[in-house]
Design a protein around this ligand. Structure first.
Ligand SMILES: [Zn+2]
Length: 214
């Protein structure tokens, strides 16, 4: 189950190393932004509403770049991201604003293969957090805390919206969006899974069927 994880990355828990790494990243981001802003050019004239009038709800996974996999430029579309690309209350809040005030007229829900949300349950993450807030480690036996100090039981109030079956989660999320009282029935919602091994978007026909405009 955990074999596809890059252990050396997720097991990074030495605080010193983490702080050094953060400071390097901090600097890199600021430098990258300076370069980006140098050739900002015409983008300063972009309108606030997305010009291609659509929105994508997708996972925060670092391997997914919606601008690349869906061919977006600045100003084209709304991209709403969270863990799993789930239709949480907050994702729906954004989609409602996206249509009602900013004119998007079709929405994509895009989950992906090998999603981190398939590798734990509410119970697992609640137990881990109850004992420690530090990054946990994972191996073939599952997750475990590296230290056990300073945890919190607050996670029992959070539904983490984990995924046990990608096809079902896509259909559930499209259904939830389509049946929401603040979502007009004329908005089509398309359901796809992004394959992290090929970069391809694979349609989930049942989700798109549930999500069709009417
Ligand atoms: Zn994911």
């Amino acid at each position: 189950m955990f074999s596809r994880y890059k252990f050396e990355k997720i097991n990074m828990n030495n605080k010193e190393l983490l702080q050094q790494e953060n400071s390097k990243v901090h600097q890199e981001v600021i430098e990258a932004n300076a370069t980006y802003a140098e050739s900002f050019g015409e983008k300063s004239n972009l309108a606030l509403p997305p010009s291609r009038k659509f929105a994508i709800l997708t996972c925060m996974d670092a391997r997914l770049d919606p601008a690349k996999y869906a061919g977006l430029s600045e100003g084209d579309a709304h991209v709403i991201r969270n863990a799993g690309g789930r239709a949480s209350d907050d994702a729906i809040r954004s989609l409602v604003i996206s249509h009602k005030l900013l004119g998007t007229a079709e929405w994509f829900v895009i989950h992906h293969t090998d999603c981190g949300m398939e590798y734990f349950t509410d119970e697992i993450i609640r137990d881990l957090l109850a004992k420690s807030l530090s990054t946990a480690s994972v191996d073939e036996n599952g997750w475990k805390n590296v230290t056990e100090e300073g945890g919190s039981n607050e996670a029992k109030h959070i539904s983490f919206l984990t995924i046990s079956n990608q096809t079902e989660s896509i259909i559930d999320d499209v259904k939830r969006i389509k049946s929401h009282p603040l979502v007009p029935s004329y908005i089509p919602v398309y359901g796809y899974i992004y394959d992290v091994k090929s970069g391809k978007l694979i349609e989930i026909p049942e989700a798109t069927k549930v999500g069709r405009a009417n």
